[in-house]
Each structure stands twice: as C-alpha cells, then as structure tokens.
Ligand binder design. Structure first.
Ligand code: G3P
Length: 222
C-alpha cells in the first residue's frame, strides 16, 4: 500500500517527505483554505515535494465547469490528478477527462456502489472516506473491503485510496484490506512512527553504551 499525505501544508509535507516514504498527496478545498498564498503555486510546490500524484479538487457542480477547471489545474503540473465529487455530473466529467488522458480521483465516496459507478465512469482513483463513515456509526471496514473485493473480482484497475483517515488503526485496516493507497494527515503519520517501547529501548541502549564507554575509560586510566 502506498502512502499519500492528506494536507496542503508545505511545512508538514516537507517534513514527512524527508522520511522517504511518500508516493503522493491529496488536497481538498478545506485543506487549501487553511493555507495562505497562491493556491496554484502551493499545488506546484506540493508536486515537486512529493514527486508523485497530487489530487486537486474542482469546485464546479456541473460537468462542463469541472472539465474546464480540470484542464487549468492539469496544466499546473504533470502530476496533478483532478478530484471530482461523487455526483452524476462528477461521473460525466470523469468520462470526459479520461478521453483527454487526464487522471481523476472521485471523492466523497461512502458506498461500494458509488465506487463501482466512479470506476465504470473512468476514474483513475476512488476515495472512500473512512473517518466520516465511522463518525455516523457505519463500519468503514465493511465498505472498504467490499470495494477492494469488487474491484478485484471484476478486474477493475481503478485504485482505491482510503481517505478521511483519523488514526493509525485506520491505516492498518486499509493495508489489511488491500487498499492501494492510504492518504494520511501529518498528525497521523507522526502517531504511526511512535511507540513508547521504541523510545524506552533507544534510551536504554544509549544509557548502557555510555556506561560501558565510561567503564572502558576508567580501566584505561587505572
Ligand atoms: O482525504 C479526504 C480528507 O481530507 C477528509 O478528511 O477528516 O475531513 O473527513 P476528514
């Protein structure tokens, strides 16, 4: 499973990109609205930092408007992927953009049938929102596993991005279920990295090594 970062914050992207594990990024209007500066430049900078697909979302509600926004966004960088809403107009736009060889990510997917429709329309990626499903008391793991299974059984090449990830267990769940990608907020990446026993272990290795060095020094002096 590939890791994408789910943010438009350049400092956070730079920090996690240094770990050498990022394959792409996803943004949305909410994430971009938290940043200051020229959104086009921010998207281009994200592209150069992650060196892989970067989703940028359209705001139009009609297919023609989505396609025209998509054409502009796709012109910003070769790695831009157009995020389209899960709607009849979004499906139409996905089909039209496929004809133009522009990659798409159909977002706000909450059911297996929505994912199937998006894939059939020609989406390159679908983004089921696991956190928001769990928020309303649904079991996101059932939806994810249905989508992965349906795509596998039907030999559908559309990739599944587990999105709206809220905690490390969502990442483990996405990987266990065979999602192609998990798009993860910076704070969750940091939680994945840490384990109290790792910190204790590093500290005790260091302490033991320093003690041994001190003993060796003492032996030389005596
Ligand atoms: O990738 C989609 C994500 O940005 C939405 O996350 O936490 O707003 O549901 P959240």
């Amino acid at each position: 499973m590939d890791f994408y970062i789910d943010t438009a914050n350049l400092d956070d992207i730079r920090e996690i990109a240094h770990w050498g594990i990022l394959k792409g990024a996803t943004t949305n209007p909410t994430l971009l609205s938290r940043e200051t500066g020229d959104y086009s430049k921010i998207l281009q900078e994200i592209c150069s930092l992650v060196g892989g697909p970067v989703s940028a979302e359209v705001l139009s509600e009609e297919a023609a408007g989505m396609v025209s926004e998509a054409t502009q966004l796709a012109g910003l960088h070769e790695n831009i992927v157009i995020k389209l809403p899960m709607s009849s107009e979004g499906l139409r736009a996905a089909g039209e953009l496929k004809k133009r060889d522009i990659k798409t990510n159909v977002t706000l997917v909450f059911s297996a049938n929505q994912a199937l429709l998006a894939a059939t329309a020609g989406a390159t990626y679908v983004s089921p929102f696991v956190g928001r499903l769990d928020d309303i008391g649904h079991d996101s793991s059932v939806v994810l596993s249905d989508i992965v299974e349906i795509f596998s059984v039907n030999r559908i090449s559309t990739k599944v991005i587990a999105a709206s990830i809220r905690h490390p267990l969502h990442v483990t769940q996405a990987a266990l279920l065979g999602c192609d990608i998990a798009t993860i907020p910076p704070a969750v990446f940091k939680k994945m990295l840490k384990h109290p026993l790792t910190d204790i272990g590093i500290e005790s290795f260091k302490r033991d090594w320093e003690k041994a060095q001190a003993r060796a020094q003492e032996a030389v002096q005596n």
